[in-house]
Design a protein around this ligand. Structure first.
Ligand code: PHE
Ligand code: ZN
Ligand code: ZN
Ligand code: ZN
Length: 298
């Protein structure tokens, strides 16, 4: 179950809205705009079981605003093999951004909390990344990748990205890292990440569909520099086909998320079933990449 409360768009009058999956205790993340010079700070707070507060500060008047990435490294794990697990923390200004992307943010936060609760010691180092300013053009993730020293970039083993996991009219989309279905091929290793997700869902008796690996979210800057990546997506403005409705239920001829980038992307705009299924898939992939002994990639 979900255990996170993420306040999206706090500071916009009338638009503060808690994201609450099926939570059993509140947990919020640090304020964007509050400086976390030491990325380990959030992780230490998580480890200490402390409640920290999240704010997404966005501009309502088209004036420039600062934005912040929040990065939290696991204390252990091989520092030469870093798995970056990312989700964007901002939303568009038209709504609260609960599915886009409270869903992905809460998912990776919950994974971090469960790793702590279960006392899992990752073999590879995990770096949880809460990206700022994705909606303005992948600004946060692009800044991170383009400013990280090459020696640090070379230590990034893989990137997982979770952007929109609870679409009301959902499909279990897996980024098509091998390009076999949608044509865009990712860096070597991306096909293995795609297979981790597909094999997991197959084992659960759940079908998946491939979705274009075209860089339309924060994994884009990573694959642009050759880092293998993958992730899940429950659908945005695209229209559900009759074939998909036959497999997944929901409504053919209607958008996967009819409230995509709209004011109605609020706490009611979630399939908690989608979130539970895709969230479990996300946790499986994080743990697989974190724990595999020999490693997937050279
Ligand atoms: N990045 C898009 C957004 O935030 C959503 C998206 C995710 C689209 C993954 C395609 C694939 O609006
Ligand atoms: Zn969006
Ligand atoms: Zn998004
Ligand atoms: Zn594929």
């Amino acid at each position: 179950g979900y255990d996170a409360v993420v306040f999206m768009n706090e500071g916009q009058p009338g638009r503060e809205e808690p994201f609450e999956g099926s939570l059993n205790r509140p947990f919020t993340i640090p304020a964007v705009g509050v400086s976390f010079a030491d990325g380990a700070a959030i992780w230490q707070q998580v480890q200490a079981g402390q409640t920290v507060t999240a704010r997404v500060v966005t501009s309502t008047d088209n004036t420039p605003r600062p934005s912040t990435n929040i990065l939290a490294d696991s204390p252990g794990g091989d520092p030469n093999k870093v798995v970056v697990v990312g989700a964007h923390l901002d939303s568009v200004q038209d709504g609260e951004g609960i599915n886009d992307n409270g869903s992905g943010t809460a998912t990776i936060l919950e994974i971090a909390e469960q790793i702590k609760a279960l006392k899992i010691k990752p073999r590879q180092k995990l770096r949880f990344a809460f990206w700022g300013a994705e909606e303005s053009g992948l600004i946060g993730s692009e800044h991170y990748v383009s400013t990280l020293p090459d020696a640090q970039l070379a230590k990034i083993y893989a990137n997982l990205n979770f952007d929109m996991l609870g679409s009301p009219n959902y499909v279990r989309f897996v980024y098509d890292g091998d390009g076999s279905d949608t044509g865009t091929v990712g860096p070597a290793g991306s096909e293995q990440i795609e297979a981790i997700f597909n094999n997991y869902f197959a084992g659960q008796g759940l079908e998946t569909d491939p979705t274009a690996f075209d860089g339309r979210s924060d994994y884009g800057p990573f694959i642009a520099v050759g880092i293998p990546a993958g992730g899940l997506f429950s659908g945005a403005e695209g229209i559900k086909t009759p074939e998909q409705a036959a497999v997944y239920g929901g409504t053919a001829g209607v958008a996967y998320d009819p409230c995509y980038h709209q004011e109605c992307d609020d706490i009611n705009n979630l399939s908690t079933k989608a979130l539970a299924e895709l969230g479990d898939g996300a946790a499986h992939a994080v743990l697989t990449l974190a724990m595999t002994k020999t490693g997937f990639f050279p």
